[in-house]
Ligand binder design. Structure first.
Ligand code: SF4
Length: 342
């Protein structure tokens, strides 16, 4: 029977795991201090997993290597609402990193409460990401998530104010790191020390940091769609996008796989277009007041088909399995494509 003096204080934490190197290292550093860790990974409509500079495609393998339990949380509609109106604004694209991280912290906190964890671990590195990983932003994120003092960032902790578990002596600050900046030199050294011989490359942010994706999202907002659905977001990820009028968009698949995705995403009132005689893409028109722009849509769809330039050929317009009409159309000029492209 251990006496009070010999009793080891139980320490439990939840880690935001991304599958990237930084969060993997963060977990290992904390486990060296005897912390029992469970992991949470966050999926959003724009990013498969918590982006802390990693990519979630091998997340299960990382959790299994670490021998820790993993819970995946999906943030859907509520995340989309936040993206349309983030309290702390956007980064270089449509990435609302501060609000996003705050939502991720809140989700992790729910799991912390469920399992009785003392604190949250993240792989965040000071100054690695311009918007969300500077001191002020990290503080704001903690405040927004009502997590002040409850977040330990083992890779950068000694560059940051002491967290509650450091202050209370639950974990040792002197055994944490003071890494900062975008170089991965220190992390690669640590990876070697922990026997991670094939560390993943640093991943970029989610699709909201991507310029062309952001332009498509901005186009929706600019044209008055302030409540896009998850289906709208999925559609933003595929095909070539054209703005035909303030109320109508055309999406044209770039290959067979995208044609299938575009077709699969069609909902009531979406029109599909395809060349009848020639091999070519599927186009989808989404919006209201379609009539005036149907001919333009047919000409764009024909332009990407094998239809000979300068010659008219029929384009089928259908809705689900219902044929609506056929439009005889000449493939449009590239100058029109440039003008309409989002
Ligand atoms: S890049 Fe920013 S918005 Fe995107 S998942 Fe990462 S923190 Fe969130």
């Amino acid at each position: 029977m251990p006496t009070d003096d010999t009793k080891v204080q139980k320490k439990k934490a939840v880690a935001l795991l991304s599958g990237g190197l930084d969060s993997n290292l963060a977990v290992r550093i904390m486990r060296e201090q005897g912390v029992e860790v469970e992991a949470v990974s966050i999926k959003t409509p724009f990013c498969d997993f918590d982006c802390g500079r990693g990519c979630g495609h091998n997340l299960k393998e990382v959790a299994s290597d670490l021998g820790i339990k993993l819970k995946t949380i999906y943030l859907g509609e509520e995340y989309l609402k936040m993206v349309m109106k983030p309290k702390y604004g956007y980064g270089s694209g449509m990435n609302p990193c501060i609000d996003c991280r705050a939502m991720m912290y809140k989700s992790a906190k729910t799991h912390m409460d469920e399992i009785g964890a003392d604190f949250l671990i993240t792989g965040e590195v000071l100054s690695q990401r311009p918007m969300s990983q500077n001191k002020r932003a990290l503080q704001l994120i903690e405040q927004s998530a009502a997590m002040e003092g409850k977040v330990v960032r083992p890779l950068s902790a000694r560059n940051l104010p002491s967290s509650d578990p450091e202050k209370s002596g639950l974990i040792k600050r002197e055994e944490l790191y003071s890494i900062s900046g975008r170089s991965r030199k220190e992390q690669l050294k640590l990876a070697k020390r922990y026997g991670i011989f094939d560390p993943p490359n640093a991943a970029g942010g989610c699709s909201l940091t991507d310029k062309s994706f952001s332009n498509r999202l901005k186009d929706l907002i600019t044209n008055g769609d302030l409540n896009p659905t998850l289906n709208d977001v999925e559609l933003l990820k595929v095909g070539r996008h054209f703005r035909l009028s303030s109320t109508v968009k055309l999406i044209v698949g770039r290959n067979e796989e995208e044609n299938e995705i575009v077709t699969g995403l069609a909902i009531a009132n979406d029109l599909l277009l395809e060349s009848i005689q020639y091999k070519g893409p599927v186009g989808m028109i989404r919006g209201n007041n379609l009539g005036p722009v149907l001919d333009t849509a047919a000409a764009v769809v024909n332009r990407y088909s094998d239809a000979p330039r300068g010659c008219a050929s029929p384009v089928s317009v259908y809705m689900g399995t219902r044929d609506l009409q056929s439009i005889n159309s000449i493939p449009c000029d590239d100058s029109l494509l440039d003008k309409l492209r989002i």
